[in-house]
Design a protein around this ligand. Structure first.
Ligand code: HEM
Length: 154
């Protein structure tokens, strides 16, 4: 039981770190258009977002596949769970561009080279969609945890 409680705690704490992280990343990206020093805030917020993603996926898979919650059979037959993973799949696909971009920024920054931040506004738009998905997933997760499904799947 303690294992289940710890996994649940870190799964929820990931939300307390990830949602502020992705919101702050978006704000810093918008500031970047007029304030080049905002790049440090973008990368700091991106670290929080990345940490949360690792925690969500690690604890989530353990809770789904392990003997901690309702077992894989329950989740794999739950359309809410499939919708949840679908939303997460969209978020992870959208995240590919920002993730690669910020890795490049870190490498260039470490070498003291100038950064191309001309795409900051477009990255901020992608970031806003990710904020929306991060807010939507807990709604579906709470339905999933209580066995509530989407009638259209019945
Ligand atoms: C690979 C990714 C993920 C997997 C496999 C996963 C799996 C799970 C599982 C098995 C539970 C326990 C449900 C129960 O009590 O029966 C859970 C709960 C929850 N998950 Fe995830 N999760 C993932 C990602 C996420 C993400 C990205 C978020 C938020 C953005 C999230 C938010 C939640 C919340 C809020 C709960 C608690 C629901 C409640 O008890 O009311 N999960 N998740």
């Amino acid at each position: 039981m303690l294992g289940a409680a710890l996994l649940s705690t870190f799964h929820l704490l990931a939300l307390a770190v990830g949602l502020p992280g992705v919101v702050m990343r978006g704000r810093a990206l918008r500031r970047l258009a007029t304030d080049p020093s905002a790049v440090d805030d973008v990368l700091f917020a991106d670290n929080l977002w990345g940490l949360a993603a690792l925690a969500w996926i690690g604890t989530g898979l353990a809770r789904m596949l392990g003997d901690f919650e309702k077992g894989p059979g329950f989740y794999l037959s739950s359309d809410s769970f499939l919708v949840k993973l679908g939303l997460l799949g969209v978020a992870m696909t959208l995240e590919l561009w920002p993730m690669v971009t910020f890795i490049r920024w870190r490498v260039k920054k470490a070498k003291g080279q100038p950064l191309d931040t001309s795409k900051a506004r477009a990255l901020a738009t992608v970031n806003s969609v990710e904020v929306g998905l991060t807010v939507a997933i807990p709604f579906v997760a709470s339905m999933m945890a209580r066995g509530i499904g989407f009638t259209w799947f019945a």
